[in-house]
Design a protein around this ligand. Sequence first.
Ligand SMILES: *Cc1c(COP(=O)(O)O)cnc(C)c1O
Length: 348
Amino acid sequence: MELIDLRSDTVTQPTPAMREAMAKAQVGDDVYGEDPTINQLQDLAAELLGKEAGLLIPSGTMGNLAAILAHCNRGDEIILGDVAHTFLFEVGGIAALGGIHPHTVPNQPDGTIKLDHIRDAIRPEDSHYPITRLVTLENTHNRCGGASLSVEYTQAVADLARANDLILHLDGARIFNAAAALDVDVKELVEPVDSVTFCLSKALCAPVGSVLCGSKEFITRAHRMRKQLGGGMRQAGILAAAGIIALQEIVPRLGEDHTKARNLASGLSTVPGMTLDTDDPPSNMVYLTLGDEIPLDAREVAEKLEAHHVRVGVVTKRRFRLVTHYWIDDQAIQETIGAFEKVLGDCS
Ligand SMILES: *Cc1c(COP(=O)(O)O)cnc(C)c1O
């Protein structure tokens, strides 16, 4: 029986069309800017997002890092959410490698940061303070249940940033999921921001890669930063070929993953022994917490689910994350609900 892997949408294997395109890709030395497939992907990404230029980066982590380093000087401060991926899960790279001071403010459950919290975090001119340089937002917001930030909210933060001479960067690892969830053109969602990264290697099934987009001038600086971080690649058109298919063929179907997440949540909502954050998940993520009556912790429950060929993400001692994606079909959703019923039924 095949494993139903719901830990993340990063586990998505490339599609047969991707493998074929990868095998046939025309390649060149990208450090010389001579890989035609990479150039095509970067142009396509920039066009889709309505930005002047794009840059293929090995990972989302390096994309955010290269962007923030290209925007800021050492000792500058950036404002970001306290459960932002860049704050929690990027190994402190902005501080360790860039000397950038993170100033965290609370993320609301819907992934937003209150405008007042941003305003209050901006440092006044004073020689005691670091210089506030940039604000980052995250869309969809991973730790906030996969919530989407609206066009209006993003614009409001951009207006506040502009009024204070701040740059706005968007960690859009799953920006196409946000566009699908909100049913808006992704261009509108990223129009207010100065730079944006998105991942090809998550829900989009490509094996490797993220794209950073912004103005031509910014991308020139980010290009230098990517090289400094060791992210200059050679014949990586083999990877970009999968990225092109991701944008052309996988982006338009992301709404299906959201429907599957809703079906999963609706099925799980009737299973005793746990509580969902919401039975109407905003995108492709379902978060749930074990009830007090369950004597096992999340890791132990996860082990038992594995015996039923279901693998889930353990977030904390009592919490799980389940992410639907391309390779999770309706039958897998039903089997997952069945596995939870069996495992929690056996131990309550
Ligand atoms: C996954 C993720 C990243 C980093 O991407 P990697 O390619 O895993 O380095 C950044 N931001 C968010 C919101 C993510 O979910």
